[in-house]
Design a protein around this ligand. Structure first.
Ligand SMILES: Nc1nc2c(ncn2[C@@H]2O[C@H](COP(=O)(O)OP(=O)(O)O)[C@@H](O)[C@H]2O)c(=O)[nH]1
Ligand SMILES: [Mg+2]
Length: 344
């Protein structure tokens, strides 16, 4: 009980000191909060003198553990012809066969067309139509798996629709928490991914900070060694006027030489999604998935899955989490984790 009261007053003092950004030098109140984001942050704050913490309880500062790149797992999956797909349905993880089904996640910023990309292959699925966002708001709030039978085989194609980063209505930390929960559960229940499609709008005038942060988070979710399982796909080719196509192709080349270069160096592939008509949408979505399935014949464990499951890290301490969570969000997550530990 005394410890809980001490803990509560300690956090309250840290929060008030941080938000007011008061910096007052006093001999007994300087504290080094290093360990977050890999950088040393020196906070000089006015706080009550602290009692000595019991040694068995985790206290600040907490140095993030070093995370190694996850091992890529084989054995290879037999090549499958995924062009003949039967009716789609939204399913739970428990409905997915981790050995026979091809599981591909679709990620990217909000509004880039993730749900529309999946919808192109499953136009009759009512849920997907409703899941397409409007204006600036995201239509996809959680992770959803859409399963389609591959004709003539035991297997299904499972496309995993994810909420997008850079959403004006939600923080990246929130979105990463949702995606992380799915990545954790899928790996823990042996439903490993075969590939990831990462979408980016070719029509964006510039590669702004939202696009840049989203790509950085994606890279940290994947880890360095699994980029051969990634297809970087540009969307909105239907919005490109024919007379300007050459300019947009040039833009695509610049992406390959610039922001995408690190992925391509690690054997990621690229494609285009063109939804000018239902046919071109279906053809280009299928071509993207075929490229990925042919290219990435084995299943893999993404770095974030390795960190969450094998290393048992909470989301905010993963490599992606350290990038997505602000100082306040990290503190809140840590407080939540501690109060859970105390009440259990
Ligand atoms: N013009 C055009 N609009 C698109 C395309 N893909 C998606 N959209 C529109 O962009 C908005 C967001 O699409 P959505 O699929 O929900 O994006 P998500 O947030 O990435 O899942 C919706 O209004 C779509 O109709 C595309 O290829 N071309
Ligand atoms: Mg969506």
């Amino acid at each position: 009980m005394r410890f809980k009261l001490w803990l509560r007053s300690w956090f309250a003092s840290i929060f008030s000191a941080h938000s007011s950004r008061r910096v007052k030098k006093t001999v007994d109140t300087e504290r080094d909060l290093s360990g977050f984001n890999g950088e040393a942050v020196v906070e000089k704050a006015v706080v009550a003198p602290l009692p000595v913490a019991p040694p068995s309880v985790e206290t600040l500062p907490v140095a993030p553990p070093l995370v190694e790149t996850p091992p890529i797992e084989t054995p290879p999956v037999a090549p499958l012809d995924i062009s003949r797909l039967k009716a789609a349905s939204v399913v739970a993880l428990s409905d997915i066969n981790g050995e026979d089904d091809i599981i591909i996640a679709v990620m990217g910023a909000t509004g880039v067309g993730k749900t529309s990309f999946i919808n192109a292959l499953a136009p009759d699925e009512e849920w997907l139509k409703k899941g397409v966002g409007h204006d600036l708001s995201s239509g996809t709030q959680t992770v959803n798996c859409i399963k389609m039978k591959i004709s003539g085989t035991q297997s299904h194609l499972v496309l995993v629709d994810t909420p997008g980063f850079d959403d004006p209505a939600r923080s990246n930390a929130d979105i990463l928490t949702v995606i992380g929960a799915w990545l954790k559960e899928s790996y823990a229940t042996k439903k490993k991914l075969n590939g990831i499609v990462y979408l980016h709008r070719i029509t964006d005038i510039r590669f702004d900070s939202g696009a840049s942060t989203t790509l950085a988070l994606f890279q940290k979710i994947c880890g360095g060694d699994i980029m051969g399982k990634v297809c970087l796909t540009t969307t909105r080719w239907n919005d490109v006027p024919p007379q300007w196509k050459h300019e947009y192709e040039e833009k695509e080349e610049q992406l390959k030489k610039g922001h995408w270069a690190i992925f391509l160096a690690k054997k990621s592939v690229t494609s285009r999604f063109d939804s000018s008509t239902d046919e071109t949408a279906k053809d280009t979505a299928l071509k993207t998935l075929k490229t990925l399935v042919d290219h990435a014949k084995s299943r893999f464990v993404a770095q974030m899955q390795y960190e969450l499951v094998d290393k048992k890290l909470p989301v905010y301490k993963t490599t992606a989490g350290k990038h997505a969570f602000s100082f306040e969000e990290k503190m809140t997550a840590q407080l939540f984790q501690l109060s859970n530990a105390l009440s259990s």
